[in-house]
Ligand binder design. Structure first.
Ligand SMILES: [Zn+2]
Length: 426
């Protein structure tokens, strides 16, 4: 029998495929080369294509915020060690808190506070909820340097981050919907897994909010988990400081486990930012208890209610997910995700062959001359060419080794007949 294949390491494959590099000038912050950036952009485009279906609108938010914002969010007390401080003109740090003029800034480790500012920027009614924001902003966390490696242990990364601002009565439905999103991406599209669900509950110390609020949040997550019909386990005391959460733990082909998607309930942050919406029967609304049987007299009175925030990421860190995909596909990606989808080789270097090659390339979506405006909207398929003088066998061999999905060959006879021979899945 053949010995088991050694597990692929994303760093080796990524180096061979020119996906990313690192530099001592910015430890833990991978520099994506064109092939890596190509895959990163395709992942974000893929998610963007799903957002309308799941009711998300994308937003664009700042990278730095004043210390007073982080004090308001609770990060300055609970998370300051892992944050980068930013100083500069008008931000010397000589004034602390209270939105002073000369406060230092913090480089954001999370998008949530910015999304709270967006929610608070408009008057909201119960009819507007849920409000769902998505954000691909870069995030920075000051991880200890000894732990930094590849695309998985980093200081700078991106998430397919999202925040759902909803009515208490909408929590279960929103969590179920998020589970469907996860199922679609992990099982139907990438065929990853299996994955397991883990509920993490209140830590013993260093948490914000009351124990009663935590108990209520944990009860809702438990009901949502039970309703999925999937197996789930309890990780008591492992919640973040601001709320209980559900993690998706993915098992890769080598049996290694990775924490990827997260769904986190948060009753604290909306209070800290004074977020509210108006609704009938506010006392009942706050407990998710408004229904068809509610007393019409109570419904006649409107008032202010605090929304619930659900933090959620489907892929989690895009960098980490990319590393998983590199290993999952062992460097041989599906056409839509491939940074090397297509290469055309010439047999010789005659004028006729080079001209024929040019005509073939222009037929590929997105590669038409700019003047052909009508075709600009087509999905771009990046095409490379090899017109070098080396032998065809060597060129084909190299193209296969490099992982091109489609290899096309244009020879002297093709130049006359207007044909090209293709090899798919080389
Ligand atoms: Zn968040």
């Amino acid at each position: 029998s053949t010995p088991p294949k050694p597990p692929a390491d994303h760093r080796e494959l990524a180096t061979a495929q020119g996906l990313f590099t690192t530099s001592t000038y910015s430890p833990g912050s991978p520099l994506l080369l064109p092939n890596g950036a190509d895959m990163f952009i395709k992942l974000t485009s893929f998610l963007r294509s799903l957002y309308p279906q799941f009711g998300f609108r994308e937003v664009i938010t700042p990278t730095i915020y004043k210390q007073s914002l982080w004090e308001r969010s609770g990060h300055w007390v609970n998370y300051a060690e892992d944050m980068f401080a930013v100083r500069g003109r008008g931000a010397t740090g000589s004034t602390a808190g209270e939105a002073g003029e000369d406060e230092e800034f913090g480089l954001k480790p999370m998008n949530c506070p910015g999304h709270c500012l967006l929610f608070a920027s408009e008057k909201r009614s119960y009819r507007d909820l849920p409000v769902r924001f998505a954000d691909f902003s870069p995030l920075h966390r000051n991880e200890i340097s000894g732990a930094l490696s590849g695309l998985t242990r980093v200081r700078r990364f991106h998430q397919d981050d999202g925040h759902i601002f909803c009515r208490p009565a909408q929590i279960e439905a929103e969590i179920k919907r998020t589970m469907e999103f996860i199922q679609l991406v992990y099982s139907d599209v990438f065929d990853l897994g299996p994955y397991r669900l883990v509920l993490s509950t209140r830590p013993t110390d260093n948490f914000i909010g009351t124990i009663a609020e935590w108990d209520a949040a944990e009860a809702q997550l438990t009901r949502a988990l039970d309703s999925t019909g999937r197996e789930w386990t309890l990780n008591a005391g492992d919640g973040a400081f601001y709320g209980p959460k559900i993690d998706v733990i993915l098992r890769d082909s080598d049996g290694k486990e990775h924490q990827t998607a997260t769904i986190q309930l948060d009753f604290q942050l909306p209070q800290r930012f004074g977020l509210s919406y108006t609704a009938p029967a506010p006392e009942l609304e706050a407990h998710g208890a408004v229904g068809p049987d509610t007393d019409p007299e109570l419904l006649a009175t409107s008032g202010s209610v605090t929304p619930v925030i659900i933090h959620r990421a489907v892929l989690g860190s895009l960098e980490r997910f990319l590393a998983l995909l590199i290993e999952h596909y062992n460097g041989r990606y599906p056409l839509w995700l491939s940074p090397r989808p297509m290469i055309f080789l010439t047999v010789g270097q005659s004028e006729a062959e080079l001209a024929a090659l040019q005509r073939v390339v222009e037929q590929v979506p997105g590669n038409a001359p700019f003047a052909d405006v009508g075709r600009r909207g087509e999905a771009l398929l990046h095409v490379e060419t090899d017109t070098s003088a080396r032998g065809l066998g060597k060129k084909v061999h190299e193209a296969k080794a490099a992982g091109y999905n489609i290899i096309g060959v244009v020879g002297p006879r093709d130049a006359v007949k207007g044909t090209v021979s293709l090899e798919v899945g080389g």
